[in-house]
Design a protein around this ligand. Structure first.
Ligand SMILES: O=C(O)CCC(=O)C(=O)O
Ligand SMILES: [Fe+2]
Length: 248
C-alpha cells in the first residue's frame, strides 16, 4: 500500500445523499474504518465480514448471482464490438434502470444474499442503497479500466459502497489532473489492496476528482466478486451510471 494518507480514525459522518441513519459504533472486535485521504479523496476502508462469514457469502454469490449474457455486455467503441473483460449484472429496486454504453438495463430483483450484504453496509455506515452493480473477475486477467463513477445518475453526493469477496486485488486511484499530459502536481497514485470481506466507502467528492481501476494481475488465479452499492435516482433525472465505455 503506497502513498496514501491515513488519518486518526473518528466516527464516520453520515453526510452525502441525505439519507443517513445512525452508523454502528466502533467497539471491541469492530475496529473503526481506516480513513484514506488525499486532495479531493475521501474513502474509508474496513473488513466488514470476518473470514468465515465472507467465505459463506462468497459461495452464495457464486451460486445465486446470475450475470448478464455475454452479448448484453459487449461495448461498442469506435465502430467495433469488444467483450468486457469480466462478467457483470445489476440488481436493484424495480423502477430503476441505467444506460451502459448506449444500452439500457433494468436491474434484476433483489435476492436474499444481496439484501444481507446491503443491510450490513447500512448498519455499519448509516447509508441506504437501492441498486448494486456486480462485477465478477474470473482471474487476474479480468479487469476494469480507469474510470469515475458518473455522478449524474446517482443521488448527488451519495457515497458508493464497494464490497469485495474472493481474490485480493490491487485497486488504483489516479487524480484526474495526473491523466493530462505534463500535469503531475505531485499527486501520487494511491494503491489499495481490496481484501476478501472488505468494504471500501467512496465518499463525495472522490468520484469527481479521482479515477479508479482494477488492473490485470497475472499472478492472481482465483476469482473475485465485487459489488458496488449505489443510490440511483429514479425516473428521467438520471443519465448513465458508468462512464467507462471507452476505458474498459
Ligand atoms: O471491482 C472493483 O473493485 C471496482 C468496480 C468498479 O469500479 C465499478 O463497478 O464501477
Ligand atoms: Fe467504478
Amino acid at each position: 500500500m503506497d502513498g496514501f494518507v491515513v488519518k486518526v480514525p473518528r466516527r464516520q459522518a453520515g453526510g452525502g445523499g441525505g439519507q443517513g441513519r445512525r452508523p454502528e459504533e466502533a467497539g471491541p472486535g469492530r475496529p473503526p474504518p481506516r480513513q484514506i485521504r488525499a486532495e479531493g479523496l475521501r474513502c474509508d476502508y474496513r473488513i466488514l465480514f470476518p473470514k468465515a462469514e465472507a467465505d459463506e457469502i462468497f459461495q452464495q454469490l457464486e451460486e445465486e448471482v446470475q450475470y448478464f449474457e455475454d452479448d448484453l455486455t459487449k461495448l461498442h467503441i469506435f465502430g467495433t464490438w469488444h467483450n468486457i473483460p469480466r462478467k457483470l449484472v445489476t440488481y436493484g429496486d424495480p423502477e430503476l434502470s441505467y444506460t451502459y454504453s448506449g444500452v439500457t438495463f433494468h436491474p434484476k430483483p433483489w435476492i436474499p444474499v444481496l439484501n444481507r450484504i446491503r443491510e450490513r453496509i447500512t448498519l455499519a455506515t448509516g447509508h441506504t442503497f437501492n441498486f448494486v452493480l456486480i462485477n465478477r473477475y474470473k482471474d487476474g486477467l479480468d479487469h476494469i479500466g480507469e474510470h469515475r463513477d458518473d455522478e449524474s445518475e446517482l443521488v448527488p453526493r451519495s457515497p458508493i459502497a464497494s464490497v469485495s469477496f474472493g481474490a485480493c486485488r490491487d485497486f488504483i486511484f489516479r487524480h484526474r489532473d495526473c491523466r493530462r499530459k505534463g500535469l503531475k502536481r505531485g499527486l501520487e497514485r494511491i494503491k489499495l489492496e481490496l481484501a476478501h470481506g472488505s468494504l471500501l466507502m467512496m465518499n463525495h467528492p472522490t468520484n469527481v476528482y479521482w479515477y479508479h481501476s482494477l488492473p490485470p494481475r497475472r499472478r492472481v488465479i482465483t476469482p473475485r466478486v465485487n459489488l458496488t452499492f449505489r443510490k440511483v435516482m429514479a425516473g428521467d433525472r438520471k443519465r448513465n451510471i458508468h462512464p467507462s465505455g471507452t476505458s474498459d
